[in-house]
Design a protein. Sequence first.
Length: 468
Amino acid sequence: MDSIVLTIGGELVDTANRFEVANPGTGGIAGTAPNAGQPELDRAVAAAKAAFPAWSAKSDAELQAACIAVADKLEEHAEELAQLITAEQGKPLAGIGSRWEVGGAAGWARYTAGLSLPMQVLQDTDQGRIEMYRKPLGVVGSITPWNFPVLIAVWHILPALRTGNTVVSKPSPMTPLASLRMIELMNEVLPAGVVNSVSCQDTDFNMGAAMSGHNDIAKIVFTGSCGTGQKVMQSSAETMKRLTLEMGGNDAGIVLPDADPEKIAEGLFWGAFINNGQTCAAMKRLYVHDDIHDAVCEALVAYAGNIKVGEGTREDSVLGPVQNQMQFDKVVRLVEQAKAKGQVLLGGEAGEGLFFPPTIIAGLGADVPLVSEEQFGPALPVIRYSDIEDALAQANALEVGLGGSVWSGSVDKAKEVAKRMECGSVWINSHGMIQPDVPFGGVKKSGFGVEFGEEGLKEYTTIQAVFC
Ligand code: NAD
């Protein structure tokens, strides 16, 4: 895995320095990655800019075919990419793990290929005809986090390509290997310069900041934390970049008194613990009505207690380690603080290395940091409520608003509550079920813009009205 390099202008490019990428499951090293800097970034942007005229001039059918070819490539190399993800990210190969992530990426690529934004006639009268075209922006810079490295890169790259843009992609320094290899594979079926990669350790030089301020990048699509997203917005201001910002959240789930605890336990668990809780739209706070509070906790703990946590290459592992030390330390801190205020129903003690068991802590209030901060890890706070108005007020009290959920025996009742939640998506009796045809994005400080479906595609275009 020391052979993984950048792809710039269709060429494989290494750097004088490479940095080590940790394997969070073994405590060892997953591989090394090129430590690119300003020269590589300038070269990648120049290659993307040079490729843009020919790429954007391609017909809709040609762009569609190219995106399908990318989906085929991902499928062909699915196992190789899944192994890389498990090595650097830690998630298991099996279950809702690396193979699932790569399968999802290929499916998303294929679905995106089939979308299209044809010209629209806005007026065709005696006064004249007006046509509206959606045109690509130019070079799109993609900046991704470490939780779903391949899937999120595909969410950024495919709609950009499908609409005729070219791309420079920057993976997280925690998980660059699978993304770099994926872009190398994409280049086997795309013209040189259409998709380029720049990995960077982000210590002496901050690649994301340099991309956000780069003159020749027209748009940044960023997925990551709220604080970094704000920095992207600041450094993009001078060059007036278009932005899609998919940032952090602190999703609330609200269980109404008529829900069936046994029926919802599995959904609650996976809503909160998918990818070990390291998922933007995972349920991060659970509000349960007094009437069924204890029964819900009991059913949830019974389900969660059977989940096997282990190193990702073991086929029987259901959840892996926390991805990195910083995140692990945060989970430990939040759990320790919560333990002092509430009752630990499950877990609560760190395991070896970066392993932390699924943890459920009840009896908490709004002032506990495990409730008010995004934990992004395997620890779920449960908050008891008796008045739905109070639960809604607490759910909406934070500055973020990505997703939310309502759990009930009645979809109609749940819908009434769902519509009052301040977030981009609300699920009823599930949480976090995103799909490629449904727009997804946050409100408030969770960002702006949406991904997926036609609405997501539009974010990679600018409108031109032609008065004929
Ligand atoms: P992060 O913000 O630390 O890093 C994200 C990316 O930004 C990385 O590639 C990083 O190198 C880069 N970066 C660092 N400094 C930068 C700068 N000054 N300018 C531009 N880019 C810079 O986030 P993370 O820890 O990798 O990911 C976890 C966070 O991402 C969580 O808050 C999670 O909720 C969020 N997230 C959101 C979504 C979503 O769709 N809304 C999806 C996944 C993760």
